[in-house]
Design a protein around this ligand. Structure first.
Ligand SMILES: NC(=O)c1ccc[n+]([C@@H]2O[C@H](COP(=O)([O-])OP(=O)(O)OC[C@H]3O[C@@H](n4cnc5c(N)ncnc54)[C@H](OP(=O)(O)O)[C@@H]3O)[C@@H](O)[C@H]2O)c1
Length: 368
């Protein structure tokens, strides 16, 4: 059997490349896979120190059969091919067929709900994880939620992700693809939809001005905590510090609701792809630690209690590559704490995930 037990699918993309970068930091051999050999070669050539990594490039067709063949005999699949609503099912199915652990960078609730419904039992029976949203917008909030819930009087969560940066081509496509679905939060143990086409002002710890936030698909916390007996209500909002971008996003969601929603689904998809192309046609430059700083916070609410955890860090896309690689490293060596549809913290523990981030990036964790 090959010594390469980790497959990065989507290695030619902005995020896939960063997963490869951090696997190299961990000195883990990997397969860099995708639909186009040349694009993967070009992307990996940009990874610092790639000449010291133990990897091979595999071009693979995007089909359940071809992916199952590639994944067979491996242990972990890191999937960064999005929008996941469009491309994710085949990869989740192939990883289940090959009896691998699976993680991705999705934020699309509709996709997560569908994958949970279709495949969670298979993964659970195999002792494997189906871990969506192992990524910046979700993993720090997952860590913060675990910390807040150490207080047993907390039973409701309000979470905010405040990022600085420029969404990539794939992320922009994904944001707009999410307009087609409901964005849900958990209210008294029921998933209920957020109002469409509006934003909310949020006060983030350590910020002077309020931030214009949006459900951004609804987030993963309401789903990960949906069946957690400690919690009955979970809301998650996202803001980029680029306020005009968020004002435009909300206007475009209103445009979708009024003008595009009545169209047939394929015409909606085409129109949304064109809007996304117009906003982000290419790959943004590498992030800068002094510029692309982020704050993720969770307020825990009880009858007479409040507990907040805020995590301040930087370079969100690099953090995504980092947490994917860190979870893969854990899974190569340990059984997950919980199998099936889980978050990275439910699988590996929030202490491990936080410790992994601290190895590579400046982090301040405030708990009060
Ligand atoms: N929530 C977070 O914090 C977070 C962070 C990072 C990324 N993400 C998500 O991760 C996804 C990828 O983002 P990205 O920034 O890496 O985007 P990207 O740079 O556009 O990369 C997309 C990748 O998907 C591949 N791909 C696209 N269509 C495909 C198809 N039909 N068949 C096979 N492969 C296909 C691309 O291959 P080619 O090069 O051959 O086109 C590329 O490797 C997005 O959904 C994004 O929202 C989320």
């Amino acid at each position: 059997m090959s010594n390469k037990q980790v497959v990065v699918y989507g290695a030619s993309g902005y995020t896939g490349r960063l997963v490869c970068e951090f696997l190299r930091e961990y000195q883990v051999p990997f397969i860099a896979a995708g639909r186009n050999q040349q694009r993967i070669e070009e992307a990996l050539a940009k990874v610092p120190g790639i000449e010291t990594a133990d990897y091979e490039i595999v071009q693979v067709e995007h089909s359940v059969e071809a992916l199952t063949e590639l994944f067979t005999g491996r242990q972990v699949v890191c999937n960064t091919v999005g929008p996941f609503d469009y491309f994710g099912d085949a990869v989740v199915q192939a990883a289940a067929n090959a009896n691998c652990h699976y993680m991705d960078t999705t934020g699309e609730q509709a996709f997560m709900l569908e994958m949970r419904e279709k495949y969670a039992d298979v993964y659970k029976a195999n002792g494997k994880i189906l871990a969506p949203s192992t990524a910046y917008m979700y993993t720090p909030l997952d860590i913060a939620a675990h910390i807040v819930l150490e207080d047993n009087s907390i039973d409701a969560i309000e979470a905010g992700c405040i990022a600085a940066g420029i969404p990539t081509y794939g992320s922009t496509q994904t944001i707009f693809s999410m307009f087609q679905a409901e964005h849900l939060y958990l209210e008294n143990n029921q998933l209920v939809p957020w109002e469409k086409g509006r934003g909310w002002e949020v006060c983030a710890p350590g910020k002077m001005m309020t931030q214009l936030a949006h459900p951004w698909g609804g987030g993963s916390l309401p789903l990960w905590l949906q069946h957690d007996h400690r919690v009955h209500s979970v809301r998650q909002l996202t803001a980029f510090t680029n306020r005009p971008m968020f004002e435009q996003l909300i206007e475009l969601q209103q445009h979708y609701e009024q003008n595009l929603k009545p169209l047939p689904k394929d015409e909606q998809e085409k129109a949304l792809k064109e809007i996304a192309e117009g906003m982000q046609p290419g790959m943004p430059p590498r992030e800068n630690k002094l510029v692309h700083r982020s704050t993720d916070f969770v307020h825990g609410i009880g009858s007479g209690t409040r507990r907040t955890c805020a995590i301040h860090t930087t370079v969100p896309y690099q953090l995504t590559g980092l947490v994917q690689a860190a979870l893969a490293v854990y899974l190569l060596d340990e059984q997950p704490r919980k199998a099936g549809f889980v978050s990275s913290c439910q699988a590996a523990g929030h202490e491990y995930m936080l410790g992994s981030i601290k190895k590579f990036l400046p982090v301040q964790v405030d708990i009060y």
